[in-house]
Design a protein around this ligand. Structure first.
Ligand code: DAH
Length: 345
C-alpha cells in the first residue's frame, strides 16, 4: 500500500508549479491558460485526487483534505492575481489617456453680432448721447397707427408708397417705424425725445429691397423746434456714424407726416465726394428722410400744435449697413451665410 509520505512530494511539486505559473502571469489571457492547464478536469490536480484509490481507507480522507486545501490555496492565489492584473490594466489605460493640462486649449468658435445689430447699436448709442430714449412698438399695427394718425388717410396716394401686407381689414404688418412716434406722443409727456427701431414689412423684393427690413427713427417735440435743429442733429449723427466729417444736404421731398419734408444725402463716405461706384459718381448718398412734424400728426393724438412743434427723421438700417460696410447686395444680410457674417467679428 502507498503511504501519504510517498505522495506528498508530488503534491508539493505541483503546488510550487502552480504558484510559480500564477506569479509569472502578467496578462489575463496568460493567467487563464494557467487555470486551464492546472485546474481542469483532466489536469494534474484532478489526477492527484485520483491517487486516493491507492491509499488504505483510513488514509483516504486525510489525502482528500490535503488535496482540497491545496486546491483552495491555489484558487485563492489565482483570484488575487486576477484582481491585481485588472487593477494594472485600469491604471495603464488611465495613464495612456492622461490629460496634459499644459497643452494649449482649443478655442470654441465664437459667434458674432449680425451687422444689422452692430449698426443698430451704433445708431442707438449716438442718438442716446443727444438725449434720445429708445422705444419699441408692435409689429402688427392698426390702420390708425400705421397710416391715419400719420396723416396718410384712406385712399391717400401716399399709401401706394408703401406696398402693405394686410393681416386683417384694419390691421397691417407695420410698413415703417413711424407708428412708434404716435404711441409715444399718445402715452408720454412733452417735451419728448425718443427713437424707435425694429423690423418693418413691405411687399417688395429686389437687389436693394427686402420684404422684411429695419428702420430707426427719431422724434423731437418741444415748444420751439426748427429745421436748423434738425439739420444740426443729422449733421452730428452722420459725423459720428461714419467717423468722418462728411457734408450733408437736404433735398425737398414729401412725406405726409412731415411738413416741410426733406430727403437727406451725405457725402459719399467711400470717395468723400469725388465720385465712385457706391455713389454712382455723384459724390452723394441718400441716407433717409426727415422733416418738421406735420401739425396734423400732433392734432391726431390731441397735442396742441399751436404750442408744440417737432422734427422727425428716419433711416433704413440695411441701407446704413450697406453704405458703411460697402455691401453690394442687400440679400446678403438676411441670408446668414457664416462666411459673410464672420467678417464682422
Ligand atoms: N417712414 C418713412 C418711410 O418709411 C421714413 C421717414 C421719413 C421717417 C421721414 C421719418 C421722417 O420719421 O421724418 O419711408
Amino acid at each position: 500500500m502507498t503511504t501519504i509520505e510517498q505522495l506528498k512530494p508530488q503534491l508539493e511539486a505541483l503546488r510550487e508549479d502552480i504558484l510559480n505559473a500564477i506569479a509569472l502571469s502578467k496578462t489575463r489571457p496568460v493567467l487563464y491558460d494557467v487555470k486551464v492547464k492546472y485546474f481542469g478536469k483532466s489536469g494534474p490536480l484532478t489526477a492527484l485526487m485520483k491517487e486516493t484509490g491507492k491509499l488504505s481507507s483510513d488514509l483516504k480522507p486525510l489525502w482528500g483534505q490535503l488535496v482540497n486545501s491545496l486546491m483552495q490555496e491555489v484558487q485563492n492565489n489565482y483570484a488575487q492575481k486576477e484582481e491585481q492584473i485588472k487593477q494594472i490594466e485600469i491604471e495603464e489605460l488611465m495613464s495612456a489617456q492622461e490629460l496634459d493640462v499644459t497643452l494649449s486649449g482649443v478655442k470654441p468658435p465664437m459667434g458674432t453680432y449680425h451687422p444689422l445689430t452692430i449698426v443698430t447699436q451704433q445708431i442707438v448709442a449716438i442718438l442716446s448721447r443727444l438725449g434720445y430714449s429708445l422705444r419699441l412698438g408692435p409689429i402688427i399695427e392698426s390702420d390708425f397707427y400705421n397710416f391715419e394718425a400719420l396723416n396718410i388717410a384712406e385712399n391717400h396716394p401716399a399709401r401706394e408708397m408703401q406696398d402693405t401686407f394686410f393681416v386683417g381689414p384694419k390691421h397691417v404688418l407695420r410698413t415703417h417705424t413711424s407708428p412708434i412716434q404716435i404711441h409715444s406722443l399718445e402715452k408720454e409727456s412733452l417735451p419728448l425725445k425718443v427713437m424707435g427701431t425694429g423690423g418693418v414689412f413691405r411687399c417688395d423684393s429686389d437687389i436693394s429691397h427686402l420684404p422684411h427690413f429695419h428702420q430707426i427713427e427719431g422724434l423731437y417735440v418741444a415748444e420751439q423746434v426748427s429745421m436748423a435743429d434738425l439739420k444740426g442733429t443729422i449733421r452730428f449723427f452722420v459725423k459720428e456714424f461714419f467717423a468722418k466729417d462728411l457734408k450733408i444736404r437736404f433735398r425737398p421731398s414729401y412725406f405726409p407726416f412731415t411738413e416741410p419734408s426733406a430727403e437727406v444725402d451725405c457725402q459719399c463716405p467711400i470717395c468723400q465726394g469725388k465720385g465712385c461706384s457706391l455713389c454712382k459718381q455723384t459724390g452723394w448718398i441718400e441716407i433717409g428722410g426727415c422733416g418738421l412734424v406735420n401739425p396734423k400728426v400732433l392734432e391726431s393724438v390731441h397735442v396742441d400744435s399751436k404750442r408744440w412743434q417737432g422734427f422727425a427723421f428716419g433711416f433704413g438700417i440695411e441701407r446704413m449697413a450697406m453704405i458703411k460696410y460697402h455691401i453690394g447686395d442687400i440679400r446678403l444680410l438676411p441670408e446668414n451665410d457664416l462666411r459673410f457674417l464672420k467678417q464682422f467679428s
